[in-house]
Design a binder for this molecule. Structure first.
Ligand code: FAD
Length: 409
């Protein structure tokens, strides 16, 4: 039921596929190797309408759906299995959508058209060094001052730091910070659009660093200190003290696209395997695919990937009903379990596929020339926890299915 795509969606998929074949497939290895996203590619992706797809056209978005954003992410990841370009795209759909849902018209008019065109980045800044899974435990604090807020704290493992410094307009993040009190908990968390660079120099009080990572080479991950960084009051997203609710909804949106990236990358790996297994011959001319020990495993992984796709698009359709169509009777919380299942299933399936495909490739898989390892390392970022650790997905499912009161020891 949920995997029937409309004619428009199929045409859109075809257009993204053509674009990705032409502009992404020829460069994905170089992007991963050099660890840099070409600025002209980002601009081209903006012109193609690959960013801000689920953002209303009134604020410069495509006026599409999260299902379309998932389709785009899956196709881009198929042509960039190391997923840096796909993750750039998914962040530029997920977090702008969250801003579109909760931000003021003034904020949306300022930020969203620049993100849609590819001139600015807008990601998420939640994680802190003492533990990203525990959002209620963040320590960054925004103190109310005349006309705004003075923010102090430090965020780590944040995607897009270098891109914010290098893109023509700049950009920033959906920042979560404690306000009012520093106590542990979620009721004193507010969300801000943190924009340390916008059409000019980096603002005072923003001290960035960029980390070196083992995979997903094209997109930077870094961190920053906020040292008396002043945020104008217009950058508060929604109501003060409601930031935790907004960011959790943002995570649900983004996790659907993360799952789409993993299934696109996993599909690429299985296609590589199909080609390899049906042409490589040994033991007196038998194709590798003729051995049951191999074709059974292939069949299992193919099935697992299809299951992950079903979870992903089911969650995307549900998100569209809640946020885009605004259908009565659908609530943001309805997404928790479907999204957690998709985010649990898709990255782990991609990793299982990569581990098997690497083995099927034999020693060739262990060479850099095969490039299969790039997808393995890229998708592993989502098993580690970008946009939420896997155990957090398990906690969400157990909590909602067994009941909150029954999972506390
Ligand atoms: C490539 C990459 C990009 C990222 N980009 C961003 C970004 O743009 N913005 C951002 O805010 N963050 C980003 N992150 C950080 C990411 O959100 C965190 O890694 C994630 O939330 C987990 O936090 P942590 O790494 O501090 O691990 P921890 O929270 O310390 O968790 C460590 C381990 O313990 C497990 N665990 C935690 N709590 C429990 C529990 N109660 N029960 C059982 N197990 C538990 C976790 O699943 C994990 O395996 C990125 C991470 C990566 C790897």
């Amino acid at each position: 039921m949920y995997l029937e795509f409309s004619e428009d969606e199929e045409l859109f998929r075809e257009a993204v596929r053509e674009f990705s074949k032409r502009y992404i497939e020829p460069i994905w290895v170089e992007v991963d190797e050099k660890g840099r996203l070409p600025m002209d590619l980002i601009k081209r992706m903006g012109e193609q309408g690959l960013f801000a797809i689920p953002v209303s056209d009134e604020f410069g978005g495509v006026g599409g759906s999260l299902t379309m954003a998932a389709i785009a992410t899956e196709e881009i990841a198929y042509h960039d299995p190391a997923v840096a370009i796909a993750v750039y795209a998914l962040l530029q759909n997920g977090w702008p959508m969250a801003l579109d849902q909760f931000g003021s018209d003034e904020l949306k008019s300022m930020i969203l058209p620049e993100v849609a065109s590819g001139d600015a980045f807008f990601g998420i800044a939640s994680t802190e060094a003492h533990g990203g899974s525990d959002v209620a435990g963040i320590k960054t604090f925004a103190e109310k001052v005349d006309g705004g807020w003075r923010v102090n704290g430090e965020k780590v493992y944040i995607s897009g730091v270098r891109e914010v410094l290098e893109l023509p307009t700049g950009g920033g993040w959906f920042l979560v910070s404690k306000t009012g009190s520093r106590d542990y908990g979620h009721r004193n968390i507010s969300a801000f659009a943190l924009v340390p660079r916008w059409k000019g120099d980096v603002k005072d009080g923003f001290e960035p660093t960029v980390f070196e990572e083992i995979g997903r080479g094209g997109l930077s991950t870094g961190g920053f200190k906020l040292n008396n960084f002043v945020v104008d009051e217009k950058f508060l997203i929604g109501e003060e003290g409601k930031g935790f609710y907004y960011v959790m909804q943002g995570f649900n949106i983004a996790r659907i696209l993360v799952s789409a990236a993993c299934i696109g990358s996993g599909r690429w790996a299985l296609d590589q395997a199909k080609e390899w297994l049906t042409t490589r011959k040994l033991f007196q001319g038998r194709k590798l695919s003729s051995f049951q020990g191999i074709n059974f495993k292939f069949a299992e992984l193919y099935t697992e990937l299809e299951a992950a796709r079903l979870f992903t698009y089911r969650a995307a359709r549900l998100a569209d009903k809640i946020y885009i169509e605004r259908k009565p009777g659908y609530k943001p919380q309805d997404l928790n379990v479907p999204v957690a299942m998709a985010k649990l299933k898709a990255p782990e399936t991609a990793i299982r596929i990569y581990e098997e495909v690497l083995k099927w490739f034999g020693a060739y898989g262990y060479t850099k020339e095969s490039n299969v390892y790039r997808g393995w390392l890229g998708t592993f970022s989502y098993v580690i926890g970008a946009e939420g650790g896997q155990n957090i997905m398990r906690i969400i499912i157990a909590r909602d299915v067994l009941g909150k009161e029954n999972i506390r020891s």
